[in-house]
Design a protein around this ligand. Structure first.
Ligand code: SAH
Ligand code: F3S
Length: 487
């Protein structure tokens, strides 16, 4: 799931000029440019920020040069992610030297982690806003205008932005993210997210359904329900998971869990594909699998990070399951949804990891035969339990070697998985033009595997029947025959 991409797109909103560049002064609008890094949640959050800015009279531009407000939504998950952002901030500052009216702001996890450090030691930004403080951006911009410190990194126990209608950025008009939970209570020892995104809270189902209804009206065909740990979604009238014990008996009895939410969404929008990410093995229930089996429009795909195949490492990571429990869950998935696509996140070289632990990871991969995965070398994050208590003792070269073995194994499995589709006819939702050829469409199957095929007369947003004739390890290649009545 974690990807590094750049988001920069126009929206149709005009505002009034208060302070801005020359081109803004000509057109009378304030222009903001937003770049996003990291997980899907950050991309969804940038759409919330775009909406808040729009309410403050800004128009979003894809031109960095003409923007008077430049925001970068950041990721802290690994050191490299932070380095990438730092380079971008340095670049923005080099532009700012010749454009003094430009405001540069840092949003998201790095803002939360480094807080005032950005203003005090580094002096490379004007504005620092944590993931729960985006509604304060208009006020903070006023502080900047008056040369005052503009930092808000307060984490909230309630904020879900359920009342904000996101402005879709970089959208193909077909697929959209809808966040259903924020924060994470799991405290995996390697992970910075609980510190940067705060306690886990669930969003009011009414606002989730309304947002999805609105997307359906606008012609969207696929939504992905987002959260760090969607399976622990829990709405009982309040949102904070840890306070559920204090809820009244009636609230506890009538609480809405993830499987209930999934069924509600599937029933409300039978013509829309529903995906969700990310699932945590400790919380994924058989009920969720049964709901997936029941509704055709819920995609047969589960992103189920495991991080390691070794019990001793899983324990040190504070993952709340064993290798055996994970394998049992995989067995249940295969039994209940035989054609389910499954992907993973894996970390190579967690502190104390031995060759035997690494071999356990490779063996687990053989057992599951994942469709694809996101694989990383362990990166120590300041403040996490692992950084404080466990020495980062696996040499960099060993981490790299283990990571390359994991990637190589994944490539073998991906190829086996894609080859199994050759000869089959699958339903594909067309999302965009293929990167390699403007005569081909690119879309995904229910299993989340990419398929490319000649365009013919089909359009973006069509569900089409595609006969698969060939494949690479990551992509299915085929021929579309007709509009599908499947989703
Ligand atoms: N539950 C989240 C996980 C977010 S972090 C989700 O929605 O995806 C995404 C992935 O980054 C994790 O699953 C893990 O594999 C990886 N990761 C997190 N912290 C890491 C670290 N310190 N070093 C290397 N990889 C890490
Ligand atoms: Fe991080 Fe573990 Fe939560 S990986 S986001 S602490 S489930």
């Amino acid at each position: 799931m974690p990807v590094k991409e750049i988001k920069k797109n126009p929206t149709q909103h005009n505002g009034t000029l208060t302070k801005g560049s020359q081109s803004e002064k000509r057109s009378g609008t304030k222009l903001a440019y937003i770049e996003s890094y990291g997980c899907q949640m950050n991309f969804a959050d940038s759409e919330v920020v775009a909406s808040i800015l729009s309410g403050d009279g800004y128009q979003i531009t894809e031109s960095l040069q003409e923007a008077s407000l430049v925001l970068v939504n950041t990721c802290s998950i690994r050191e490299k992610a932070e380095q990438t952002v730092r380079k971008r901030l340095e670049y923005f500052n080099s532009i700012k030297k010749n454009k003094s009216e430009m405001t540069v702001g840092v949003l998201g996890c790095m803002a939360e982690r480094l807080k005032h450090q950005f203003l005090e030691e580094e002096k490379i930004v004007d504005l620092v806003v944590g993931p729960d403080a985006y509604k304060d951006i208009p006020n903070l911009l006023q502080e900047v205008a008056q040369d005052r410190e503009a930092v808000n990194v307060l984490l909230s126990k309630e904020e879900t932005y359920g009342d904000i209608a996101p402005i879709r950025l970089n959208s193909n008009g077909v697929s959209a993210f809808v966040s259903i939970t924020r924060g994470c209570d799991n405290m995996c020892t390697f992970c910075v997210v609980p510190f940067t995104r705060g306690r886990e809270r669930s969003r009011d189902p009414k606002s989730i359904l309304e947002e999805i209804h609105d997307l359906a009206q606008k012609g969207y065909k696929e939504i992905t329900l987002l959260g760090q740990n969607v399976d622990s979604y829990l709405w009982y009238g309040g949102g904070l998971k840890k306070d559920f014990v204090k809820a009244s008996p009636l609230q506890q009895k009538t609480a809405l869990r993830f499987e209930n939410l999934l069924a509600l969404v599937a029933e409300a929008q039978p013509k829309i594909r529903i995906r969700f990410s990310t699932s945590n093995p400790q919380d994924m229930s058989l009920e969720v699998l049964k709901v997936m089996q029941k509704y055709e429009n819920i995609c047969n795909y589960i992103h189920l990070p495991v991080q390691s195949g070794s019990n001793s490492i899983l324990k040190k990571m504070n993952r709340q399951h064993t290798r055996e429990e994970y394998m049992k869950l995989i067995d249940s998935i295969r039994e209940i949804i035989p054609d389910c696509g499954i992907s993973h996140d894996m970390i190579a070289g967690f502190p104390t990891e031995t060759d035997k632990d690494h071999q356990d990871t490779l063996d687990l991969m053989d057992y599951v035969q994942y469709d694809f995965g996101f694989m990383f070398a362990y990166s120590e994050r300041p403040g996490t339990l692992a950084a404080r208590k466990i020495e980062d003792d696996v040499p960099e070269a060993v981490k790299k070697k283990r990571l390359s073995q994991i990637i190589e194994k994944q490539q073998q499995h991906s190829r086996i998985r894609t080859q199994a589709f050759v000869g089959q006819t699958v339903c594909v939702l067309i999302e965009k033009e293929s990167k390699r050829s403007n005569a081909h469409w690119s879309g995904r199957t229910t299993q989340n595997t990419v398929a490319v095929f000649p365009k013919k007369d089909f359009q973006i947003g069509d569900f089409v029947e595609v006969k698969i004739t060939d494949c690479t390890s990551a992509t299915l290649i085929g021929e579309a025959s007709k509009i599908s009545n499947r989703v």
